[in-house]
Design a protein around this ligand. Structure first.
Ligand SMILES: Cc1cc2nc3c(=O)[nH]c(=O)nc-3n(C[C@H](O)[C@H](O)[C@H](O)COP(=O)(O)OP(=O)(O)OC[C@H]3O[C@@H](n4cnc5c(N)ncnc54)[C@H](O)[C@@H]3O)c2cc1C
Length: 434
């Protein structure tokens, strides 16, 4: 294959023009206007994930972002990065770009336009305004060290890297020289957007290791047929994920029954814990407390109170005030409990069996829907291989990491974008000090 040398050396080549790459370009260019920045993306139209995010409305961040909202190799390191661009500064940054935000339930912040397109257009316009070069349909296939004429190590002003690029529609490979390279290639979720894990291999060849990846924020597939009859029903639950030999993880929120299993915010948040346990070959259970906030004692007290107040109401009708009626019917059938029995005639044994089922209904998880349906990827480049004051690699001088390629995954609610903006801010400012 022919190789074209592009006769320009960029100060910074950012690989990946998703949320993190765009933020890095903007912050670097703002802080150092004459920096020559190339932003390369394999996709013809970058920013696909921004457009699909939050159901097409883009949940940009959250009113309250804490390190505890994230999983990954080091909460301390995550805390440092988040502190560099906290939420109020993020809101102000978006406002400067013409995107005002409003708050919705659970602290989620969305653009006032309620259109993800507004967010992407503002980021792209800001990149252009600062003169960073956006090269779309430019897929990076390899990154190697630049060779100097005498074979000596490059000086600070010389290119350190040769970035090999395959341009869509062309038959030649192009090589771009860059003093610094930023890997902003994302994870493996929704691979059709261009984030297919290629960045991990680029990093590996530059000396990095990888925390094994699993899909995260992904619906779960259940065995059996209990779920199928409830497809479309949503309810609040508290899930307990218990990996063998590990600490149980408790997650409260909405669960949605589907034809394949379960989805909804609580399930999406739980998924990475189940998948990580499976990857580590540790048996793991998930149970749903269908009476979130209650335990055995409080649930029993509530039911006894109901018995005293409404002795003639039949169990099925009484319980339909606590849970969706379709769920009540499915549970009664599965437990072979007669729902027509008046509360006054409920035996102690049936009462205990019923409450036991409501407080810890087992979800027989078989699998997840995989990366194709996952919102993010858990795992990635370990944070201890990166200096979180600059996002520069500790293993390969001149190489930086931002966004989802790192071993950081947030829960649902705008946290993953906040990680992209904050890590982009740290890297952008460090690159501006070149
Ligand atoms: C359906 C869905 C909904 C979501 N909703 C939300 C939400 O509302 N709020 C939230 O906080 N998070 C949400 N997320 C997660 C969020 O979108 C991601 O965490 C975030 O986009 C990650 O940004 P990134 O820049 O690190 O990676 P990405 O957005 O994945 O961008 C990586 C870019 O790198 C490019 N690339 C990859 N390899 C190469 C290569 N070799 N050469 C050149 N280019 C390459 C890709 O084409 C891509 O454009 C959602 C995700 C999905 C899938």
């Amino acid at each position: 294959m022919a190789i074209d040398q592009v006769d320009v050396t960029y100060d910074v080549a950012i690989i990946g023009a998703g949320a993190a790459g765009l933020a890095t370009a903007i912050f670097a260019a703002r802080a150092r206007p004459r920096l020559r920045i190339a932003l390369l993306d394999g996709a013809a139209k970058p920013g696909a994930k921004i457009l699909v995010a939050g159901g097409g409305r883009c949940n940009v961040t959250n009113r309250c972002v804490r390190p505890a909202d994230f999983n990954g190799s080091s909460r301390n390191a995550i805390k440092k990065v988040l502190a560099a661009l906290p939420v109020p500064k993020t809101i102000a940054w978006f406002a400067e770009m013409g995107v005002t935000l409003h708050e919705e339930e659970h602290g989620k912040l969305f653009p006032d336009s309620n259109q993800a397109r507004t967010v992407l257009d503002a980021l792209l316009a800001e990149v252009r305004r600062h003169g960073a070069k956006l090269l779309t349909a430019h897929r990076v296939t390899a990154i190697g060290p630049a060779t100097t004429s005498g074979g000596a190590s490059p000086t600070a002003d010389e290119a350190r890297f040769h970035v090999h690029v395959r341009v869509e529609g062309g038959d030649a490979e192009t090589v771009i020289r860059a003093r610094r390279v930023v890997l902003a290639t994302g994870g493996m979720s929704l691979p059709k957007t261009g984030s297919d894990g290629a960045g991990y291999e680029l990093a590996r060849r530059l000396g990095h290791s990888l925390v094994p990846t699993v899909p995260a924020l992904v619906p779960l597939v259940l065995d059996g047929d209990f779920h199928a009859g409830l497809s479309g029903v949503a309810q609040d639950v508290e899930l307990t994920v218990t990996p063998e030999g590990g600490k149980p993880v408790r997650i409260a929120g909405a669960l949605l029954w589907t034809h394949f299993g379960v989805s909804g915010p609580a399930v999406l948040d739980a998924s990475r814990h189940w998948l990580r346990a499976r990857q580590e070959r540790r048996p793991c259970t998930i149970t749903a407390n269908l009476l979130p906030g209650d335990n055995a004692a409080s649930a029993e007290a509530k039911l006894l109170d109901l018995v005293a107040r409404q002795p003639r109401t039949i169990l099925r009708n009484a319980m339909s005030a606590w849970l969706p009626a379709r769920v009540v019917d499915a549970l009664l059938a599965r437990l072979r409990i007669d729902g027509r029995v008046p509360l006054a005639h409920l035996s102690k044994d049936v009462r205990r069996r019923w409450l036991g089922a409501l407080l810890a209904w087992p979800l027989p998880v078989r699998d997840s829907r995989g990366y194709v349906h996952a919102e993010v990827t858990a795992g990635g480049i370990p944070l201890d291989e990166v200096d979180t004051a600059t996002m520069q690699s500790k293993r390969c001088p001149g190489l930086y990491f931002v966004g989802e390629i790192l071993d950081v995954d947030g829960r649902i609610g705008g946290f993953n974008f906040q990680w992209a903006w904050s890590s982009g801010y740290v890297a952008g400012h460090a690159l501006a000090r070149l």
